[in-house]
Design a protein around this ligand. Structure first.
Ligand code: HXC
Length: 259
């Protein structure tokens, strides 16, 4: 039997919002939820009315990890051959529009990994991040050992992954895991402000800026700077570059056409 939808989807202005909605299980990320999330993200990515996307959870949990009850009896052949951490776990990486993780409460295990796969994390002051897989006799499996280490450095990542210690929002901000911490009550309003600011900009420059930053994680400095330079020069072929610079010179607001 398939449970009803495990996400809530809405568009606010030009921002698409996906809310993980499995409250009784603290938004544990089961296969159905991840498939629904992936489909919603791809639909927003294609939708011209949407310029940025927010992924969020409840006040208590962004997501408390992969669904332990769903995976506990899986055998080695099950997890190796049956697409266990398959394409549906990483759909967010395919999205070209900016994806903001608005995190309140627990972001643990796969929940922390999902947040780190988004383009930025905005944290509520009650957020708690952790990779507690070691308590279960496993390790992070959706990029946690790699993305957490790149975000906060080896020593802190080792401590969190080897001991399952959680990090609160203030520490996550000090450690550069999150862009900013805001009061819980302001989380969605602040995330929407980021989304609306992005929506007011030139779509091509936003998409290319996202690609440029992501290139920093995949290449050497010299190659990354060359990539950035090609992207920068390419934007001079857009109408929006002319509009943006003319608007500045003429002391008016730009009217971007996303071309
Ligand atoms: C399945 C989960 C769950 C999870 C919570 N629940 N986390 N179910 N998978 N990851 C369920 C509980 O079983 C419980 O259901 C209900 O949600 C409420 O949880 P409680 O434990 O009663 O709440 P609380 O006491 O407030 O504790 C919150 C918590 C704790 C500290 C977050 O739930 C917890 O430690 N959860 C597991 C966190 C974890 O280990 N995450 C990593 C998973 S492995 P019932 O039915 O009893 O009410 C992972 C690997 C990813 O993520 C690899 C990539 C695929």
């Amino acid at each position: 039997m398939t449970e009803a939808s495990m996400i809530l989807v809405e568009t606010i202005g030009r921002v698409g919002v996906v809310r993980l909605n499995r409250p009784k299980a603290l938004n544990a990320l089961c296969a159905q939820l991840m498939q629904e999330l992936g489909a919603a993200l791809l639909a927003f990515d294609k939708d011209p009315a949407v310029a940025a996307i927010i992924v969020t959870g409840s006040e208590k949990a962004f997501a408390a990890g992969a669904d332990i009850k769903e995976m506990k009896d899986k055998t080695f052949p099950d997890v190796v051959f049956n697409d266990f951490i398959g394409a549906h776990w990483e759909t967010v990486l395919e999205v070209k529009k900016p994806v903001i993780a608005a995190v309140a409460g627990f972001a643990l295990g796969g929940g922390c990994e999902l947040a780190m796969m988004c383009d930025m994390i905005l944290a509520a002051d009650n957020a708690k991040f952790g990779q507690p897989e070691i308590n279960l006799g496993i390790i992070p499996g959706a990029g946690g050992s790699q993305r957490l280490t790149r975000a906060i450095g080896k020593s802190k990542a080792m401590e969190m992954i080897l001991t399952a210690r959680m990090m609160d929002a203030a520490e996550a901000e000090r450690a550069n895991l999150v862009a900013r911490v805001v009061p819980l009550a302001d989380l969605m309003a602040e995330a929407l402000k980021i989304g609306e600011k992005i929506a007011s900009l030139s779509g091509p420059s936003v998409a290319i800026a996202k690609d440029a930053v992501n290139a920093a994680f995949e290449t050497t400095l010299t190659e990354g700077v060359k990539t950035e330079r090609r992207m920068f020069l390419g934007l001079f072929a857009t109408a929006d570059q002319k509009e943006g610079m003319n608007a500045f010179a003429e002391k008016r607001r730009p009217n971007f056409t996303h071309r």
